[in-house]
Design a protein around this ligand. Structure first.
Ligand code: ZN
Ligand code: ZN
Ligand code: FE
Length: 746
């Protein structure tokens, strides 16, 4: 007899891990115990040496699909214990991590097979799930994760389901949302006039879609609006009703074959599409300029059916559906039946709903695959509430994030938990949703803030939430400069410690000097930063109005470059400096150049100028414009005025201007980073900020920096855009907050 002590690190709770251990223990005739630990799980096992080794092997290769095992350490213990059988025991240090719950999981291959098997008792049942798949985060009311505390509580299990639930050899052993047609939820259809039709309604929904109608369909984390993606008339009508003129729509394709018909799919992209997280993956269109009704750029957001209901909706004969979050003008996604029937009346022609309540909103996640890894744009369903593991991170920290792509982040020992996508906080409904989620997370994670961080911007609603939290609880508040947070977020994403350079390009962020920043080259780390580079600030005539009416920014660029203005009013505003706040936002420079190039004068959504420039760029164009810099108090400022004069002298096609402009930015960044590296001795460069969602830049800039001898780091766990800012704030709070003391501004 031999005895082993085994420590498993990683995410092994709420994913069917302990039942899995139980089965292995029986298979290898072992005795002992298992318990949860803050890092994962601990086991002590006794048995024959060969059996123990087989157990260790099986532990790594057969682990349940949702378990993320980071490491398995084991050592032999002296003597025998002669355990009486096998026990699952309570955790060592309280129940620190007992609250860890799984994200929602897309339908697994076994459930898909049963769903389509006429002899299976769940044949055609839209709520089939098992230990390896199904709803989780979105149906949990409170912890522990037990059916009684989920929205499945009102569906008592039938004897067949209960038997599977209790059978440790069964795939549905302890699967909390397990159900079947005899005991589980039901779908139903409500027509555009609010009349509920008899029956399960899936056929009625399919008929509506096929006739070119717009369907509201209930998903895992909210409602979608769906229509035939290739029916231009239907898509146009959906845009009209949703007041979404141009912003790209994501689609859901029945299978990979259908995705390949529309888009290029690499191996890594295929892995992302088919992973249990089932995100929307931004793929390059097979044919440039195709499917413009869906997306005006070169990419299309695509996902695969991730609930059994989606699979049944496609049936045998639908290929590709628009699947866009059901909401109106940037309010949070609609997720309750009654709310859908009320708010989406006149938007949807029919509603495919069901009687299992969604308790927490969670939008579809959106990502790119970049250099073989996830490059998140929106981290939400399928990811939340998984943590980002950060060794040694202390508990009790709360970071409130930014505003437009709001999201908070809280810490438990060794883990940072970013919230799901919440949306634009300018909207009161979104603020309610933000506070609701904050409360929900606090409850799920048994979280009490001991210190709180927020953006330096005094007017962000997230800042107000942080101020109120600090005041009410008497805890320290740290205000963090926006781009510093972006940079440190990217460092944490890559596990970087110490100091590095941070190239942070985004639309806007509050600078410590009271102006708006956004084209920054910083040096530093979690404990502080200095500004080494930026771009020449531009006046924005009319302030916020210029972010929509980008022709105003173009007029400002012309004015600053000493060129004639086309608009007399703008010229007067600029001359007098009236209502012309200054911004070094890279996003604003994109806006101005977009309008200068004659591509677009007025935008209908945030960041559209950059999107259109990227879409227009001629990929074969190698040329660039004149590079100029000047020094301002030790900050190397990129001077875009010579470039603007060259662009304005005209004659070049928009695709040429777009490409040469971005090539110039690559060279400007390379020159700034080279100089900063020489001055600081730092060679690691973190890239963050929403501008780096631009794939034209991402396919050129990191390579160029490497040529300069710099090591570049990009995001893979949180988004480079403002959604990722909360993680950076949290790390800066961790570095600056001394227990019991006060925090100073960053
Ligand atoms: Zn399953
Ligand atoms: Zn049942
Ligand atoms: Fe930002």
């Amino acid at each position: 007899m031999t005895r082993f002590r085994i420590e498993v690190r990683g995410i092994v709770q709420g994913v069917g891990f302990r039942p899995f251990i139980h089965r292995l223990v029986r298979r290898y005739k072992l005795t002992g115990w298992v318990r949860n630990s803050p890092e994962g799980a601990e086991l002590e096992l006794e048995g024959e040496a060969a059996q123990l080794r087989s157990f260790l092997h099986a532990l790594e290769v057969e682990a349940p699909p949702l378990a993320l095992i980071e490491s398995v350490d084991w050592r032999e213990l002296a003597g025998t214990a002669e355990y009486a059988g096998f026990r699952i025991i309570g955790s060592e240090r309280g129940e620190a991590m007992r609250t860890l719950v799984s994200p929602d999981v897309g339908i697994c291959p076994d459930c898909l097979r049963e769903l389509l098997d006429p002899s299976d008792r769940r044949y055609g049942y839209p709520f089939i799930n098992c230990t390896n798949c199904g709803p989780r985060f979105t149906i949990i009311r409170s912890v522990p994760y037990d059916r009684a505390f989920t929205s499945m509580a009102e569906f008592p299990m039938c004897p067949d389901c209960a038997a599977e639930f209790a059978d440790i050899e069964n795939r549905r052993y302890h699967a909390q949302p397990d159900c079947c047609p005899a005991c589980g939820p039901r779908t139903f259809f409500v027509d555009g006039g609010g009349r509920r039709l008899p029956g399960e309604g899936i056929e009625a929904a399919r008929r509506l879609i096929k006739a070119g109608g717009i369907l509201c369909v209930k998903g895992l984390g909210g409602m979608h609006l769906a229509c035939l993606a290739e029916n231009e008339e239907a898509v146009r009508e959906l845009r009209r009703r949703k007041h979404r003129d141009e912003k790209p729509f994501a689609v859901m394709c029945r299978d990979l074959g259908c995705v390949r018909r529309l888009c290029e799919v690499s191996e890594a992209e295929e892995r992302a599409l088919t992973s249990f997280r089932k995100p929307i993956v931004l793929l390059d269109k097979r044919e440039r300029g195709s499917m413009m009704q869906l997306s005006e750029n070169n990419a299309l957001g695509v996902m695969l059916p991730y609930t059994p209901l989606h699979v049944l909706l496609f049936g045998d004969d639908l290929d590709c559906l628009v699947m866009t979050s059901a909401n109106l003008s940037d309010t949070p996604i609609v997720y309750k039946n009654a709310e859908a029937l009320e708010k989406l009346r006149g938007v949807a022609d029919g509603f495919l709903l069901h009687d299992r309540e969604i308790l927490t909103r969670c939008d579809d996640s959106l990502l790119r695959v970049y250099e073989g890894r996830d490059y998140p744009v929106r981290r939400s369903r399928g990811y939340v509430p998984y943590p980002v593991t950060i060794k040694g991170l202390r508990p009790g920290l709360l970071a409130c994030g930014a505003e437009q792509k709001a999201g908070f982040c809280l810490s438990k020992e060794g883990h940072a938990f970013p919230s799901q996508h919440i949306g634009d906080l300018k909207n009161l409904e979104t603020l309610d949703c933000y506070e609701e989620q904050l409360g929900h997370f606090a409850k799920l994670f048994d979280f009490e803030p001991a210190a709180v961080a927020c953006d330096l911007h005094p007017d962000y609603l997230s800042t107000e939430v942080a101020e109120r939290t600090a005041r009410e609880r008497g805890i320290p508040l740290l205000r963090v400069q926006h781009h510093h947070a972006h940079m440190v977020s990217c460092m944490a994403d890559n596990g970087l410690e110490g100091e590095c350079l941070g190239l942070v390009w985004d639309g806007t962020g509050y600078g410590p000097d009271g102006t708006t920043w956004g084209g920054e080259l910083l040096a530093g780390g979690a404990s502080g930063f200095r500004r080494l580079g930026t771009i020449r600030p531009m006046p924005l005539p009319g302030g916020d109005a210029a972010t929509k009416e980008i022709w105003r920014t173009a007029e400002a660029l012309r004015y600053e470059a000493g060129l004639e203005n086309n608009d007399v009013t703008m010229k007067k505003l600029l001359e007098r400096g009236l209502n012309c706040p200054k911004s070094s936002g890279m996003g604003r420079l994109f806006d101005g150049v977009c309008a200068l190039a004659g591509i677009r004068e007025v935008c209908s959504y945030e960041g559209q100028g950059a999107v259109l420039l990227e879409a227009a760029a001629d990929a074969g164009e190698r040329g660039e414009y004149e590079l100029a810099f000047y020094d301002e108090g030790g900050v190397m400022v990129f001077d875009w005025r010579p470039m603007v004069r060259q662009i304005a002298s005209g004659g070049e096609a928009p695709g040429t201007v777009a490409a040469k402009f971005m090539n110039t930015l690559v060279s400007a960044a390379a020159a700034q980073c080279r100089a900063a590296a020489e001055a600081s001795g730092l060679r690691r460069t973190a890239l963050s900020g929403g501008v780096f969602q631009n794939m034209y830049l991402m396919s050129r800039l990191p390579g160029r920096l490497r040529v300069e001898g710099l090591e570049t780091f990009t995001h893979s766990r949180v988004s480079p855009n403002d959604e990722g800012v909360a993680l950076g704030q949290l790390m800066i709070l961790e570095a600056k907050y001394v227990s019991g003391g006060t925090a100073e501004n960053s």
